[in-house]
Design a binder for this molecule. Structure first.
Ligand SMILES: [Zn+2]
Length: 326
Protein backbone atom coordinates (compact mmCIF):
# COMPACT_ATOMS: atom_id res chain seq x y z
CA UNK A 1 0.00 0.00 0.00
CA UNK A 2 2.90 2.36 0.63
CA UNK A 3 3.73 2.64 -3.06
CA UNK A 4 0.65 4.62 -3.87
CA UNK A 5 -1.03 7.91 -3.12
CA UNK A 6 -0.90 9.71 -0.68
CA UNK A 7 2.60 8.41 0.17
CA UNK A 8 3.70 8.67 -3.42
CA UNK A 9 3.36 12.11 -4.99
CA UNK A 10 5.18 12.49 -8.33
CA UNK A 11 4.53 16.22 -8.20
CA UNK A 12 7.23 16.50 -5.47
CA UNK A 13 9.84 16.26 -8.20
CA UNK A 14 8.16 18.85 -10.44
CA UNK A 15 8.16 21.71 -7.96
CA UNK A 16 10.76 23.97 -9.48
CA UNK A 17 13.35 24.33 -12.20
CA UNK A 18 16.23 22.98 -10.14
CA UNK A 19 14.46 19.81 -9.13
CA UNK A 20 13.12 19.31 -12.65
CA UNK A 21 16.63 19.77 -14.03
CA UNK A 22 18.02 17.25 -11.58
CA UNK A 23 15.64 14.50 -12.63
CA UNK A 24 15.48 15.32 -16.37
CA UNK A 25 16.09 12.16 -18.39
CA UNK A 26 16.79 13.53 -21.84
CA UNK A 27 19.06 16.38 -22.86
CA UNK A 28 19.56 18.28 -26.05
CA UNK A 29 23.17 19.27 -26.70
CA UNK A 30 24.55 21.48 -29.42
CA UNK A 31 27.37 18.95 -29.98
CA UNK A 32 24.79 16.52 -31.31
CA UNK A 33 23.36 18.77 -34.00
CA UNK A 34 24.19 18.69 -37.68
CA UNK A 35 23.10 21.51 -39.98
CA UNK A 36 22.20 20.72 -43.60
CA UNK A 37 23.37 23.32 -46.14
CA UNK A 38 22.67 23.81 -49.84
CA UNK A 39 25.34 25.13 -52.16
CA UNK A 40 24.37 26.24 -55.66
CA UNK A 41 26.54 26.88 -58.67
CA UNK A 42 25.96 29.98 -60.75
CA UNK A 43 24.48 32.28 -58.12
CA UNK A 44 26.25 35.22 -56.54
CA UNK A 45 23.86 36.01 -53.68
CA UNK A 46 22.19 33.68 -51.16
CA UNK A 47 18.77 32.66 -52.40
CA UNK A 48 16.12 31.94 -49.78
CA UNK A 49 14.06 28.81 -50.33
CA UNK A 50 10.48 30.06 -50.33
CA UNK A 51 9.01 26.99 -48.61
CA UNK A 52 11.78 26.97 -45.96
CA UNK A 53 11.97 30.45 -44.40
CA UNK A 54 15.50 31.21 -43.19
CA UNK A 55 17.13 28.47 -45.28
CA UNK A 56 19.30 29.52 -48.21
CA UNK A 57 20.96 28.18 -51.27
CA UNK A 58 24.50 29.52 -50.84
CA UNK A 59 26.88 30.62 -53.56
CA UNK A 60 30.30 28.96 -53.41
CA UNK A 61 31.92 32.32 -52.65
CA UNK A 62 29.98 32.63 -49.40
CA UNK A 63 29.91 29.09 -48.04
CA UNK A 64 33.19 29.48 -46.12
CA UNK A 65 31.82 32.40 -44.14
CA UNK A 66 28.57 30.55 -43.46
CA UNK A 67 30.56 27.54 -42.20
CA UNK A 68 32.43 29.84 -39.80
CA UNK A 69 29.16 31.30 -38.51
CA UNK A 70 27.78 27.82 -37.82
CA UNK A 71 31.01 26.68 -36.12
CA UNK A 72 30.95 29.76 -33.88
CA UNK A 73 27.52 28.67 -32.65
CA UNK A 74 29.10 25.42 -31.44
CA UNK A 75 27.48 23.24 -34.11
CA UNK A 76 30.07 20.57 -34.95
CA UNK A 77 29.14 19.66 -38.49
CA UNK A 78 27.45 20.41 -41.78
CA UNK A 79 25.68 18.04 -44.16
CA UNK A 80 26.27 19.29 -47.70
CA UNK A 81 23.87 19.20 -50.65
CA UNK A 82 24.87 20.55 -54.04
CA UNK A 83 22.87 22.15 -56.82
CA UNK A 84 24.93 21.92 -60.03
CA UNK A 85 24.55 24.14 -63.09
CA UNK A 86 24.37 21.18 -65.40
CA UNK A 87 22.56 17.90 -65.01
CA UNK A 88 22.75 14.84 -67.24
CA UNK A 89 21.50 11.26 -67.44
CA UNK A 90 24.32 9.87 -65.28
CA UNK A 91 24.82 12.77 -62.87
CA UNK A 92 28.38 13.53 -64.00
CA UNK A 93 28.69 16.65 -61.84
CA UNK A 94 28.20 14.49 -58.73
CA UNK A 95 31.68 13.04 -59.13
CA UNK A 96 33.42 15.80 -61.12
CA UNK A 97 36.74 16.90 -59.66
CA UNK A 98 35.60 20.53 -59.66
CA UNK A 99 31.91 19.90 -59.01
CA UNK A 100 29.97 22.20 -56.72
CA UNK A 101 30.34 20.00 -53.64
CA UNK A 102 34.01 19.22 -54.24
CA UNK A 103 34.67 22.98 -54.45
CA UNK A 104 32.46 23.71 -51.44
CA UNK A 105 34.32 21.17 -49.27
CA UNK A 106 37.63 22.86 -49.99
CA UNK A 107 36.25 26.31 -49.23
CA UNK A 108 34.65 25.16 -45.98
CA UNK A 109 37.81 23.39 -44.84
CA UNK A 110 39.93 26.44 -45.68
CA UNK A 111 37.63 28.84 -43.79
CA UNK A 112 36.69 26.59 -40.86
CA UNK A 113 39.07 23.63 -40.55
CA UNK A 114 37.38 22.30 -37.40
CA UNK A 115 33.97 21.92 -39.10
CA UNK A 116 33.02 18.30 -39.66
CA UNK A 117 32.10 18.08 -43.31
CA UNK A 118 29.55 15.36 -44.03
CA UNK A 119 28.48 14.91 -47.63
CA UNK A 120 25.25 13.53 -48.99
CA UNK A 121 26.08 10.81 -51.50
CA UNK A 122 23.24 10.44 -54.01
CA UNK A 123 22.74 11.27 -57.67
CA UNK A 124 19.26 12.83 -57.64
CA UNK A 125 20.46 16.44 -57.44
CA UNK A 126 22.71 15.79 -60.45
CA UNK A 127 20.61 13.69 -62.82
CA UNK A 128 18.43 15.30 -65.51
CA UNK A 129 15.62 12.87 -64.63
CA UNK A 130 15.90 13.51 -60.88
CA UNK A 131 16.13 9.86 -59.86
CA UNK A 132 18.76 8.62 -57.43
CA UNK A 133 20.54 6.34 -59.91
CA UNK A 134 21.14 5.42 -63.52
CA UNK A 135 18.01 4.60 -65.55
CA UNK A 136 17.26 1.90 -68.08
CA UNK A 137 13.74 1.84 -69.48
CA UNK A 138 12.62 4.04 -66.62
CA UNK A 139 14.03 1.74 -63.92
CA UNK A 140 16.85 2.70 -61.57
CA UNK A 141 19.71 0.25 -62.12
CA UNK A 142 21.05 -0.78 -58.74
CA UNK A 143 24.49 -2.21 -59.47
CA UNK A 144 25.51 0.32 -62.13
CA UNK A 145 24.55 3.08 -59.73
CA UNK A 146 26.87 1.67 -57.06
CA UNK A 147 29.93 2.40 -59.21
CA UNK A 148 28.92 6.04 -59.64
CA UNK A 149 28.12 6.46 -55.95
CA UNK A 150 31.55 5.06 -55.09
CA UNK A 151 33.18 7.56 -57.44
CA UNK A 152 31.13 10.33 -55.89
CA UNK A 153 32.12 9.39 -52.33
CA UNK A 154 35.79 9.12 -53.33
CA UNK A 155 35.75 12.56 -54.93
CA UNK A 156 34.24 14.05 -51.78
CA UNK A 157 36.84 12.49 -49.52
CA UNK A 158 39.65 13.47 -51.88
CA UNK A 159 38.38 17.06 -51.62
CA UNK A 160 38.49 16.87 -47.80
CA UNK A 161 35.14 15.50 -46.60
CA UNK A 162 35.29 13.92 -43.13
CA UNK A 163 32.25 11.62 -43.36
CA UNK A 164 30.20 10.36 -46.31
CA UNK A 165 26.47 9.77 -46.01
CA UNK A 166 24.90 7.62 -48.75
CA UNK A 167 21.18 8.45 -49.06
CA UNK A 168 20.29 6.70 -52.32
CA UNK A 169 18.82 3.47 -50.87
CA UNK A 170 20.47 1.23 -53.48
CA UNK A 171 21.16 -2.27 -52.18
CA UNK A 172 24.81 -2.83 -51.31
CA UNK A 173 25.89 0.83 -51.37
CA UNK A 174 27.50 0.85 -47.93
CA UNK A 175 29.72 -2.11 -48.82
CA UNK A 176 30.53 -0.60 -52.21
CA UNK A 177 31.57 2.70 -50.64
CA UNK A 178 33.58 0.98 -47.90
CA UNK A 179 35.54 -1.03 -50.47
CA UNK A 180 36.18 1.96 -52.68
CA UNK A 181 37.32 4.12 -49.77
CA UNK A 182 39.58 1.42 -48.34
CA UNK A 183 41.15 0.68 -51.72
CA UNK A 184 42.13 4.32 -52.04
CA UNK A 185 43.64 4.65 -48.58
CA UNK A 186 40.64 6.17 -46.84
CA UNK A 187 40.19 3.44 -44.23
CA UNK A 188 39.65 6.12 -41.57
CA UNK A 189 36.68 7.81 -43.25
CA UNK A 190 33.41 6.92 -41.51
CA UNK A 191 30.19 6.12 -43.36
CA UNK A 192 26.95 7.53 -41.99
CA UNK A 193 24.36 5.36 -43.73
CA UNK A 194 20.83 6.55 -44.40
CA UNK A 195 19.86 3.01 -43.42
CA UNK A 196 16.16 3.59 -42.95
CA UNK A 197 14.89 6.14 -45.43
CA UNK A 198 11.20 6.23 -46.19
CA UNK A 199 9.48 7.42 -49.37
CA UNK A 200 7.99 10.40 -47.57
CA UNK A 201 5.81 13.38 -48.38
CA UNK A 202 7.79 15.28 -45.74
CA UNK A 203 10.61 15.79 -48.26
CA UNK A 204 8.48 18.20 -50.34
CA UNK A 205 10.22 21.50 -49.50
CA UNK A 206 13.68 19.88 -49.89
CA UNK A 207 12.92 19.23 -53.55
CA UNK A 208 12.55 22.94 -54.09
CA UNK A 209 15.70 23.54 -52.05
CA UNK A 210 17.78 21.02 -53.99
CA UNK A 211 15.95 21.13 -57.32
CA UNK A 212 15.72 17.36 -57.21
CA UNK A 213 12.09 16.40 -57.87
CA UNK A 214 11.90 13.31 -60.10
CA UNK A 215 10.78 14.23 -63.63
CA UNK A 216 8.50 11.20 -63.72
CA UNK A 217 7.31 8.61 -61.26
CA UNK A 218 8.44 8.60 -57.66
CA UNK A 219 11.07 6.94 -55.46
CA UNK A 220 8.97 4.14 -54.03
CA UNK A 221 10.93 1.51 -55.94
CA UNK A 222 13.96 2.22 -53.76
CA UNK A 223 12.92 4.21 -50.69
CA UNK A 224 10.97 2.39 -47.99
CA UNK A 225 7.23 2.07 -47.51
CA UNK A 226 6.19 4.25 -44.53
CA UNK A 227 4.08 1.36 -43.25
CA UNK A 228 7.06 -0.93 -42.58
CA UNK A 229 9.24 -1.30 -39.53
CA UNK A 230 10.45 -4.92 -39.66
CA UNK A 231 11.89 -4.08 -43.04
CA UNK A 232 13.71 -1.17 -41.40
CA UNK A 233 15.53 -3.61 -39.14
CA UNK A 234 16.54 -5.75 -42.14
CA UNK A 235 17.94 -2.66 -43.91
CA UNK A 236 19.75 -1.78 -40.71
CA UNK A 237 21.36 -5.21 -40.34
CA UNK A 238 22.49 -5.16 -43.93
CA UNK A 239 24.17 -1.76 -43.55
CA UNK A 240 25.86 -2.83 -40.33
CA UNK A 241 27.15 -5.99 -42.01
CA UNK A 242 28.50 -3.89 -44.89
CA UNK A 243 30.45 -1.64 -42.54
CA UNK A 244 28.28 1.35 -41.63
CA UNK A 245 29.83 3.36 -38.78
CA UNK A 246 26.68 5.32 -38.01
CA UNK A 247 23.10 4.75 -39.08
CA UNK A 248 20.19 7.06 -39.76
CA UNK A 249 16.42 7.14 -39.72
CA UNK A 250 14.74 9.65 -42.06
CA UNK A 251 12.30 11.40 -41.57
CA UNK A 252 12.19 11.74 -37.78
CA UNK A 253 8.90 12.89 -36.31
CA UNK A 254 6.45 10.47 -37.88
CA UNK A 255 9.00 7.70 -37.29
CA UNK A 256 9.84 8.01 -33.60
CA UNK A 257 8.80 4.38 -33.12
CA UNK A 258 11.26 3.37 -35.83
CA UNK A 259 14.03 5.37 -34.13
CA UNK A 260 13.26 3.53 -30.90
CA UNK A 261 13.31 0.12 -32.57
CA UNK A 262 16.57 0.87 -34.33
CA UNK A 263 18.05 2.12 -31.05
CA UNK A 264 17.03 -1.09 -29.28
CA UNK A 265 18.30 -3.21 -32.15
CA UNK A 266 21.85 -1.92 -32.56
CA UNK A 267 24.63 -0.18 -30.69
CA UNK A 268 25.89 2.09 -33.46
CA UNK A 269 25.52 5.85 -33.16
CA UNK A 270 22.09 6.74 -34.52
CA UNK A 271 21.20 9.91 -36.40
CA UNK A 272 17.68 11.13 -37.14
CA UNK A 273 16.92 13.59 -39.92
CA UNK A 274 14.37 16.22 -38.93
CA UNK A 275 13.43 16.85 -42.57
CA UNK A 276 12.32 19.86 -44.60
CA UNK A 277 8.57 19.28 -44.29
CA UNK A 278 8.88 19.00 -40.52
CA UNK A 279 10.71 22.35 -40.55
CA UNK A 280 8.33 24.10 -42.93
CA UNK A 281 5.18 23.11 -41.04
CA UNK A 282 6.55 24.65 -37.85
CA UNK A 283 7.72 27.80 -39.62
CA UNK A 284 4.37 28.26 -41.34
CA UNK A 285 2.39 27.84 -38.13
CA UNK A 286 4.79 30.16 -36.29
CA UNK A 287 4.43 32.84 -38.97
CA UNK A 288 0.67 32.68 -38.50
CA UNK A 289 1.14 33.08 -34.76
CA UNK A 290 -0.50 29.74 -34.09
CA UNK A 291 2.32 28.16 -32.06
CA UNK A 292 5.23 29.12 -29.83
CA UNK A 293 8.04 28.22 -32.21
CA UNK A 294 10.89 27.91 -29.73
CA UNK A 295 8.88 25.77 -27.36
CA UNK A 296 7.60 23.49 -30.13
CA UNK A 297 11.03 23.04 -31.70
CA UNK A 298 12.71 22.19 -28.40
CA UNK A 299 9.92 19.73 -27.61
CA UNK A 300 10.19 18.07 -31.02
CA UNK A 301 13.96 17.72 -30.90
CA UNK A 302 13.79 16.41 -27.34
CA UNK A 303 11.29 13.80 -28.51
CA UNK A 304 13.72 12.67 -31.21
CA UNK A 305 16.45 12.31 -28.59
CA UNK A 306 14.06 10.54 -26.19
CA UNK A 307 13.12 8.09 -28.95
CA UNK A 308 16.79 7.12 -29.05
CA UNK A 309 18.64 9.28 -31.57
CA UNK A 310 22.16 10.40 -30.64
CA UNK A 311 22.55 12.89 -33.46
CA UNK A 312 19.90 15.19 -34.93
CA UNK A 313 20.24 16.60 -38.42
CA UNK A 314 18.05 19.69 -38.41
CA UNK A 315 17.45 22.98 -40.22
CA UNK A 316 16.69 24.44 -36.79
CA UNK A 317 20.29 23.86 -35.63
CA UNK A 318 21.46 27.52 -35.61
CA UNK A 319 18.35 28.72 -33.76
CA UNK A 320 18.54 25.85 -31.28
CA UNK A 321 22.22 26.54 -30.65
CA UNK A 322 21.32 30.10 -29.72
CA UNK A 323 18.40 29.04 -27.51
CA UNK A 324 20.61 26.52 -25.71
CA UNK A 325 23.08 29.30 -24.90
CA UNK A 326 20.13 31.08 -23.28
ZN1 LIG B 1 18.58 10.75 -54.05
Amino acid sequence: MSNTFPFVRPRRLRQNDRIRGLVRETHLNVEQLIYPVFIAEGISEPREISSMPGIMQWPLEMIGREAQRIAELGIPGLLLFGIPNEKDEVGSQAYAEHGVIQEAIQRIKAASPETLVITDVCLCEYTSHGHCGVLHNGNVQNDETLDLLSEMALSHVAAGADIVAPSDMMDGRVGALRHALDEHGYQQTPIMAYSVKYASGFYGPFREAAGSAPQFGDRRAYQMDPANVREALRELEQDIAEGADMVMVKPALSYLDVIRQVRDHCDLPLAAYNVSGEYSMVKAAAQLGWIDEQRIVMEMLTSIRRAGADIIITYFAPEVAQWLKG
